[in-house]
Design a protein. Structure first.
Lengths: 289, 326
């Protein structure tokens, strides 16, 4: 009797041990998905419906909204999206290579000034963006670069965190023996890096690229300060100006909402795709080293 | 000499004969000497140009002021040394103190909730018995891909009485709209945007550190009769402390840099002023009221404050963990 009762209780406890954690996780998932669902349903609504129908019911204005969005300001939305891809894509790739090279050198060579360089760059993680953005703007306007594409691209290439991660990754993923072996075979240092170091660092590079890509894509402050020509805005600044102007005329709300919805799609897809390749354990393991 | 030049001309041929060996080795040593500098050069140059020089320039600006010299309309603006004048102005400016107060309230709500939820979700993902993990993990991580400004825009419309789904329900029930964008509500509203955007990323960092804990430790604890809750409290959380410190410092830096979200919500509400958080004050000083020195001084204060706070967090946690190991 008692044995059966205990077994029953154990079974109940294990079921509860399964249901409660799963339920909490699903609530968390719902919390994170609701605004995304909301913006997609809101995109299907004609401007009138936005204020009158219940939020999660789809409306009838999807195509109207999209054509409104892409014709806004003579097709500015398309330009903004293109600019975002350009800034985040080019900036991410260049930044990844700069970080990888620096991280490889800092992990694999003993040289004078190594610690000074490493710790100065690492200190840069702590500097708030705006502290830099205003003097960067003043300095770049003195050399005539402020307002151009380069004024947004150049300051974002240096990534202290990317260099830190690359160093951590290089020291664990590139065995010193292989570098020595390549040297004995007569390969130059640059060749050793390109043939041995670089291929072994690819998973780390994907992680750095993703972090940089998302970081630049999400950046608002720097382009907001640097750029004055609406045609070179990225999506974040563009949609902000659209919303700021829309506060006077709610008709622009639909355009802003559709713009937000469309801008969210590519990044979510990219992240779902790259999720399996990146090594975020670098971030948590990094602090021990 | 000839051997070296010949060797230099054909670097791909290592077996150039015995006489070449000695100079080749010397050459090898000198390139190994220079190679790391070549690899770090782009990073160092960019670091100096876009971080070091701007910081020094900001520090320099913060000690200067523009004064009108000569009289009346014909007076010219001259840059003069101003000592700590700008810093005194920073610390006595009442709008700035309000800004720091707003930031503190916002941070005290958003940081503990973000980290607490991230830790909770990470622990649940690490439970062998939980289901739907892959889906939940991906869903909770998705907001990370949404820029802060866009997140503020999404939530802003979900707060705005005329478009809010929550207010739609309360209105239907006859309770009126929910004052998300009015005065005490705005702190929660902004903190919620930060929690929404930050939970997933922090969850992944903590979760990956939990997965690094060797399985044998749990088996030993389970044999001793420890339940999952006890394992989480006694083993997992202490082992995840480095990850928690890391996420804590990131959240702290993120909090101090709050700018885009309140700026985005500003057109939707009256309670967010032009100087609602310190960064908004910096922007106003630099670009709207043309007070560059004041903006520079405040930037320096904020940078030093961030470094000091992060250092304090690191120092406190180091002291605690080294005390525990003794």
């Amino acid at each position: 009797m008692t044995a059966v009762a205990t077994r029953e209780r154990a079974k109940l406890a294990s079921r509860r041990g399964k249901v409660i954690p799963t339920a909490i996780l699903l609530i968390g998932a719902a919390y994170c998905l609701v605004p995304v669902l909301w913006v997609f349903t809101a995109t299907t609504k004609a401007p009138r419906e936005l204020f009158t129908t219940f939020s999660f019911l789809p409306g009838t204005g999807l195509f109207e909204n999209l054509s409104e969005l892409f014709s806004y300001g003579g097709g500015q939305y398309g330009l903004w999206a293109l600019n975002s891809i350009l800034y985040a894509g080019i900036g991410g790739v260049v930044s990844t290579f700069v970080s990888t090279m620096a991280g490889y050198a800092l992990a694999k060579y003993e040289f004078k000034g190594r610690n000074l360089i490493f710790y100065s760059i690492l200190g840069g993680v702590l500097i708030p963006g705006i502290t830099l953005a205003i003097p960067q703007y003043l300095l770049l306007s003195q050399v005539g670069l402020a307002g151009g594409y380069l004024s947004v691209l150049l300051p974002l290439i240096i990534s202290p965190f990317g260099i830190y991660l690359s160093r951590v990754y290089a020291s664990s993923a590139v065995p010193q023996d292989m570098i020595e072996a390549a040297r004995l075979d007569g390969a130059s240092e640059v060749m050793t890096f390109l043939r041995i170091g670089l291929p072994m660092m690819v998973p780390g590079m994907v992680t750095v690229f993703m972090l940089q890509f998302v970081g630049i894509w999400n950046n608002f402050l720097l382009p907001f300060i640097m750029l004055s020509d609406q045609n070179s805005y990225p999506l974040t600044v563009g949609l902000y100006t659209l919303l700021a102007r829309g506060s006077g005329s709610p008709a622009l709300y639909s355009v802003a909402i559709s713009g937000a919805a469309v801008s969210v799609i590519p990044l979510i897809l990219l992240m779902l795709f790259l999720q399996r390749f990146w090594r975020l354990d670098l971030l948590s393991g990094g602090l021990k080293g | 000499m000839t051997a070296t030049t010949a060797h230099r001309a054909a670097p791909g041929a290592p077996a150039a004969g015995t006489p070449a060996v000695k100079p080749a080795r010397r050459r090898r040593r000198s390139t190994t000497l220079f190679a790391p500098y070549i690899f770090v050069a782009p990073a160092v140059v960019l670091f100096v140009l876009f971080m070091l020089v701007p910081i020094i320039y900001a520090a320099y600006l913060s000690f200067t002021a523009y004064r009108l010299e000569g009289g009346g309309i014909l007076g010219t603006r001259v840059q003069v040394f101003a000592g700590f004048e700008n810093y005194i102005a920073v610390f006595t400016d009442p709008t700035l103190l309000t800004g720091f107060r707003n930031l503190a309230i916002y941070g005290l709500i958003s940081v503990p909730i973000t980290l607490g939820l991230a830790l909770l979700f990470a622990l649940l993902l690490d439970l062998p018995s939980a289901r739907a993990k892959r889906f939940s993990q991906t869903a909770i991580f998705i907001p990370y891909a949404v820029p802060g400004v866009i997140a503020a825009l999404l939530w802003g419309f979900m707060y705005l009485p005329s478009t809010s789904p929550f207010s739609f329900i309360t209105k239907a029930l006859g309770w009126g709209t929910i004052p998300f964008l009015d005065n005490p509500g705005i702190y929660g509203a902004l903190a919620n945007i930060a929690v929404w955007g930050g939970v997933g990323f922090n969850m992944i960092i903590i979760y990956t550190s939990l997965r690094g804990i060797p399985e044998e430790i749990y088996e030993a604890a389970r044999l001793d009769g420890a339940g999952e809750v006890a394992i989480a409290l006694r083993i997992k959380i202490p082992m995840a402390i480095p990850a928690l410190v890391l996420t804590g410092i990131f959240s702290l830096i993120g909090t101090l840099q709050l700018y885009g979200e309140p700026t985005t919500l500003k057109p939707m509400t009256d309670v967010i002023s032009q100087t609602w958080v310190p960064l908004m004050t910096i922007y106003r000083n630099a670009f709207l009221t043309d007070d560059l020195s004041g903006a520079a001084a405040l930037s320096v204060v904020l940078a030093v404050g961030t470094i000091a706070l992060s250092g304090l967090v690191l120092w406190l946690t180091n002291r605690r963990s080294s005390g525990a190991s003794k």
